[in-house]
Design a protein. Structure first.
Length: 199
């Protein structure tokens, strides 16, 4: 496998920077590094998901493939009475996410290195958020949908961002197969925000 952001232990040399972003009206500072997804800035898809997602104040949230943390940390700001669990296979991303939680004074998070859902088995969540690792392949993305469904409480929602050209229509079809529903909530610059609710 080529060395990219879905690697457990990126081998590329470090190239750390601090980036600033305003997400849902909150100012953030993020330490980024080589070997993680979208190291130069918060990517458009993640921004669109953050601006669209509905996260109740007291929600138990799971961010799958958290990277250096923008989606999960934004969710933690939106759910001050809840808790956000953030997971990623990439050890460097997990350490950055922990550093960024501290940098932004966010304590209602639990950040773990995890190959898909291995670190959260037996847990349950109100909301699952993901900007899935498309480069890991369709089988991995579909496992996120299928196994994510099992971790949601009844009435819980999965929110997904995916580009149309990278398979958004087939992702919507797969979510519909798993959940029985999958609504297109927003669409911008080729990115789709899909929401599927566990009935």
């Amino acid at each position: 496998m080529s060395d990219h952001y879905y690697s457990r232990t990126p081998g590329v040399a470090h190239d750390r920077h601090i980036r600033q972003a305003t997400l849902r009206g909150f100012a953030f500072r993020f330490v980024t590094d080589a070997g993680v997804f979208s190291k130069s800035n918060v990517d458009f898809g993640s921004r669109l998901l953050i601006e669209t997602m509905d996260v109740p104040l007291d929600a138990e949230v799971l961010d799958v493939g958290c990277g250096y943390g923008p989606i999960g940390l934004a969710a933690a700001r939106l759910a001050p009475k809840g808790r956000v669990t953030m997971i990623d296979i990439n050890e460097r991303a997990v350490e950055l996410a922990k550093e960024n939680a501290a940098l932004n004074g966010i304590s209602n998070v639990d950040i773990r290195q995890s190959d898909l859902f291995e670190a959260v088995r037996g847990r349950s969540f109100d909301v699952v958020l993901t900007n899935p690792p498309i480069r890991a392949g369709k089988s991995i993305v579909h496992r996120i949908f299928e196994e994510g469904w099992t971790l949601l409480v009844p009435g819980g929602a999965m929110w997904v961002v995916i580009q149309k050209k990278q398979g958004a229509p087939s992702a919507q079809a797969k979510l519909t197969e798993v959940f029985g529903n999958a609504d297109l909530i927003a669409r911008d610059k080729g990115y789709w925000i899909l929401k599927a609710v566990k009935r």
